[in-house]
Design a protein around this ligand. Structure first.
Ligand SMILES: Cc1cc2nc3c(=O)[nH]c(=O)nc-3n(C[C@H](O)[C@H](O)[C@H](O)COP(=O)(O)OP(=O)(O)OC[C@H]3O[C@@H](n4cnc5c(N)ncnc54)[C@H](O)[C@@H]3O)c2cc1C
Length: 461
């Protein structure tokens, strides 16, 4: 064998795994076909959150008078400078990962597309590399649905959005879920007219209904339009712009815009990997099938990150690395199934989520209670002038032990405040114990125990 370990992809799991295995004295190969750092660094978390920050600055500048700050002229967004700032942050991150990998003692970096040609052999360009263990960390790409007219129009996705150095006059966002909503609010704050088209009756339909409605409300208050229940979508060119047909019927209703962004989910990069040559199996949607320790049908191959369908976040990909490394090096017996769902939606205000929501609790048949507290009664939110949203915590009924089951925190600082609840859910903490701890004033977190004072039976819904 040429190497002890071969890692395909330098997203959120591969680089750390390469470093850890090399530090253990293994001979490691790393293959990357594109920019180092993968989706999060180049087209995902990092650039979008840099843009969210610029959009927040634009919004705050427009609201300056509310805070007693006088601007001598109305603020303008210079999209070229927004892009430059974002590019600089991304460049530093991607160059950092590349430098790290190329400087790693005991590791060899290959640049090119990797494809299996055998159970433990991979081809990159004209070279065939063999390795004792192979780790697949190939991530995903935007999904392009087969909707009528799609081949006849130019559309944007999360990758081409990163190249925009102008503000589209009217952006139609197809997809009212996490990625679509973040872009919708950002572009609205930069000055675009924005219409969000969603097939479901509400945005982020995985969340509880009150969460979806509150998000829609604060986005509408900023002038974003919503076309929900768009059952059958089509696209067509319309002068210089594009029209999105919403129901495919005669004389159908249309959402018209200058540009259209497709944000309708992601597909794994597993179709061009030669997985059949390695005996690695995928499910119907192309995700690599893995066991609890992330090992594939080929015992020498592991799949980590978005390509295994066990998470769709940077933190889940990174956790996959920790699981695989700890199991290999310390026989730790860690499992991806021990993970509790945690994530955030980075609109302003953000949504911080942990554990089960109402729909999941009902489905599981757990007797539970819910506490809810509006953000307009949270001192810190009032002081900041950012009072949209609410805090919502679900707990098991006391007869079942009173454990905290989950939370949906929608409000300023919620992406941070949710972390104390993450710890509570992981430690199966009964809610009275959570309530007894002293928290810092004035913060959003200090109102979490108060939220638990308003617990009511959840009912059957
Ligand atoms: C717009 C957007 C915003 C997001 N925001 C967030 C967020 O705020 N928080 C969060 O947690 N998550 C966010 N995500 C999700 C997050 O980016 C992904 O979950 C994360 O990047 C997954 O990491 P990964 O390691 O699985 O794969 P990736 O980061 O996609 O990396 C895969 C790497 O493999 C390489 N590769 C693929 N195939 C091959 C091959 N055959 N040969 C060689 N190399 C190959 C690719 O070039 C890439 O570098 C966002 C995603 C998007 C699209």
């Amino acid at each position: 064998m040429d190497f002890d370990a071969l890692i395909i992809g330098t997203g959120q799991a591969g680089p750390s795994l390469a470093a850890r295995l090399a530090a253990e004295g293994m001979k490691v190969a790393v293959v990357e076909r594109d920019k180092f750092g993968g989706t999060c660094v180049n087209n995902g978390c990092t650039p979008t959150k840099a843009m969210v920050a610029s959009a927040y600055a634009a919004r705050t500048a427009r609201r300056a008078a509310d805070y007693g700050v006088v601007l001598d002229s109305s603020p303008r967004v210079d999209m070229k400078r927004v892009k430059e700032r974002k590019d600089q942050i991304v460049r530093k991150a991607t160059e950092g990962v590349e430098k790290w990998m190329r400087g790693l003692k005991g590791a060899t970096v290959y640049k090119g597309h990797a494809r299996f040609v055998g159970e433990s052999r991979v081809q990159v360009g004209s070279e065939v590399i063999s390795a004792e263990k192979i780790f697949v960390n190939v991530g995903g790409r935007p999904s392009v649905p087969k909707m009528p007219g799609i081949d006849g129009v130019a559309y944007l996705d999360n990758e081409s959005m990163m190249e925009l150095d102008f503000v589209p006059p009217h952006l139609v966002v197809i997809g009212g879920s996490y990625i679509g909503l973040e872009f919708a609010q950002v572009m609205r704050r930069f000055g675009s007219e924005v219409t969000v088209v969603e097939m479901a009756p509400r945005v982020v339909a995985r969340e509880d209904e009150d969460v979806s409605l509150a998000i829609q409300e604060f986005m509408q208050a900023e002038g974003i339009r919503f076309a929900l229940n768009a059952k059958c979508l089509s696209l067509r060119r319309d002068g210089d712009g594009v029209s999105v047909g919403l129901d495919c019927s005669e004389g159908d209703s249309l959402a018209r815009g200058s540009h259209v962004l497709l944000a309708v989910g992601r597909v794994p990069n597993t179709d061009d990997l030669g997985l059949d040559k390695a005996g690695v199996k995928t499910d119907a949607r192309g995700f690599i099938e893995v066991d609890e320790g992330l090992r594939t049908a080929n015992p020498r191959v592991w799949a980590l990150g978005d390509c295994n369908g066990k998470g769709a976040f940077t933190h889940t990909a990174y956790n996959d690395y920790e699981i695989v490394a700890d199991n290999l090096l310390s026989n730790a017996g860690r499992k991806h199934t021990d993970r509790i769902p945690v994530y955030a939606l980075f609109t302003d205000p953000p949504l911080g989520r942990v554990g089960m929501n109402e729909a999941e609790i009902r489905k599981a048949g757990i007797k539970a209670r819910v506490g809810k507290y509006p953000m307009n009664r949270v001192g810190r939110a009032v002081e900041k002038g950012e009072t949209h949203g609410f805090l919502k915590i679900h707990v098991e009924d006391s007869s079942g032990g009173g454990r905290i089951l989950g939370a949906s925190l929608l409000g300023t600082g919620a992406d941070e405040a949710v972390h104390s609840l993450i710890d509570a859910v992981y430690s199966k903490m009964p809610y009275p114990e959570f309530q007894r701890r002293v928290r810092i004033h004035p913060t959003v977190s200090e109102l979490l125990p108060t939220t638990l004072e308003s617990l009511k039976e959840m009912g059957s819904g």
